[in-house]
Design a protein around this ligand. Structure first.
Ligand code: NAP
Length: 461
């Protein structure tokens, strides 16, 4: 019996809720929000402040003392003060010796100082154990409890034990610590909250530039040309007709641009005969933003679908249909069904629907919650194989629709090709090169290179 009970004692978890006191320097927005959260999680909190007067804003149950007195009460001190005031800590060096100092500060600009704030703090107080944490969490999120999107807390520091103590607090607050290594990582962690959609910049600017170009191109050919040479005022095309030409063109080109860097990479690897040389920077950056390019392409494709669905409601379309019926009535002649046209229009719609369905599937599988649940092979199957199938279907959809204009001289207004012809250049080039790359005589060496084989190995035995 005794033996059993001693086993149970050993296996039983430590249910004691007693937590170590935590000291927070600074009773500003962040200090108060973090203090409140810590008190809720069972930590006794003592503030170190320039003023020891208790105000209504300070969390109930927290003590407010002078800095030195407060620091003596805890092993962990959170510095909730801006970097430019860190000098005031120097006279406290003796009290802070051996203590864990948590730097939570952020800057106003990327790489504002030569060293990170946490490294600066460590230089000022070499006897303390500095850990960087909490800077990516906002005071507002801590207070309002809306931490669902940002539960991750980056932690870094040179002292493993100190880092562990801080990570335990992070976990106790219901957040997820992510160890980023030594204090050298602090600069990157401090830059993190200052970045504005870094991966989206290139795709967004590229899409904006191309959209403006194609919009002006259509404006010139569909409205200005028609007005000058045919004396027709189609200025209302600006609202739906031109956007519904630009959107599918953008969707197709951007989708092709998702697969173009992969084709470039394959050619470069084949040429070099190794995968152990870095790609040029521009190609690296392009590869990294393929997901964003694909999502913007999906947005354009969705707009195209909506514009097409509302098309029958347009006054211009009703007028054109009515005109056709009246002309048949006036001529007392019913036009026979053109089977070629019927086939073309049905195939065009079917290809569009299938292409869009796969497009949406690609978008869904790129969401982290979905991609985290599939293995690498499944992910590659969807993004590469189904991705190419989507590109084939969407290219065929455009070819079936615009193909009839290729040989028609009326399509070349001002000697310029129709927008649909322009849109096919990049996707067709990608598909043709990809087709060549899957020939066994090319695919085999490429696969070997990707598995580590080198044509001219640097380090041969
Ligand atoms: P804040 O509201 O301006 O509070 C800063 C506190 O620092 C003041 O309340 C004051 O506390 C103390 N202080 C000011 N001047 C001082 C001086 N000369 N000497 C000593 N102490 C001084 O700023 P905050 O928003 O809480 O931000 C504090 C730190 O947290 C910053 O480094 C910020 O980058 C970081 N942070 C903030 C957020 C946020 O959402 N606010 C998020 C992440 C990180 P006493 O009056 O009690 O002495």
């Amino acid at each position: 019996m005794n033996k059993n009970s001693s086993n149970i004692m050993t296996l039983a978890p430590n249910t004691s809720n007693k937590r170590e006191t935590v000291c927070i320097f600074g009773t500003g927005d962040f200090g108060r929000a973090l203090g409140q959260k810590m008190i809720q999680s069972g930590y006794p909190v003592v503030y170190g402040s320039r003023s020891t007067q208790i105000s209504n804003l300070i969390p109930k149950d927290a003590e407010v003392l002078g800095h030195a007195e407060a620091a003596q009460k805890a092993a962990i001190i959170i510095i909730a003060i801006q970097r430019q005031h860190y000098n005031f800590l120097m006279p406290l060096a003796e009290v802070l010796h051996g203590k864990v100092l948590v730097d939570i500060s952020n800057n106003l600009k990327l790489n504002q100082y030569p060293e990170s704030n946490a490294e600066y703090l460590a230089q000022l107080l070499p006897g303390s154990r500095v850990v960087k944490a909490f800077n990516t969490v906002s005071a507002w999120a801590l207070q309002s409890g809306t931490l669902d999107a940002s539960r991750q807390v980056f932690v870094c520091g040179d002292d493993v034990e100190a880092k562990q103590m801080v990570m335990d607090i992070v976990r106790a607050l219901g957040l997820t610590p992510l160890d980023k290594g030594s204090l050298l990582a602090a600069q990157e962690i401090e830059n993190y909250p200052l970045q504005l959609f870094p991966m989206w910049k290139f795709p967004v600017f590229l899409s904006l530039g191309l959209t403006v170009f194609f919009f002006l191109y259509c404006l010139a050919l569909d409205i200005i040309y028609t007005y000058i040479y045919e004396k027709n005022n189609f200025s209302f095309f600006i609202a739906i007709t031109i956007p519904n030409r630009v959107c599918p063109v953008m969707a197709l080109i951007l989708l092709a641009l998702v697969y173009l860097p992969g084709v470039f990479a394959a050619i470069i690897q084949l040429y070099r005969g190794t995968k152990y040389q870095r790609f040029p920077d521009w190609l690296d950056k392009w590869m990294l933003c393929r997901k964003q390019l694909g999502l913007i392409a999906l947005a354009f494709a969705s707009l195209h679908a909506v514009f097409t669905l509302v098309s029958p409601m347009r006054a211009f379309v009703s007028w054109r249909t009515g005109k056709g019926i009246i002309s048949q009535a006036l001529n007392n002649k019913t036009e026979p069904l053109n089977h070629t046209n019927a086939w073309l229009s049905d195939s065009y719609l079917a290809l569009g629907i299938l292409g869009y369905f796969l497009f949406v599937l690609l978008g869904i599988t790129s969401l982290p919650s979905v991609s985290n649940n599939v293995n690498w092979r499944e992910f590659r199957f969807v993004q590469s194989k189904l991705g190419y199938l989507t590109l084939i279907l969407c290219t065929a959809h455009t070819l079936v629709y615009g193909g009839k204009w290729f040989l028609s001289p009326s399509a070349y207004k001002w000697y310029l090709p129709n927008i649909y012809m322009l849109s096919l250049v990049v996707p067709c080039a990608v598909l043709v090169v990809k087709f060549v790359l899957i020939f066994p005589c090319i695919d085999k060496p490429l696969t070997q290179i990707r598995q580590g084989w080198e044509r001219n190995p640097k380090y041969s035995e």
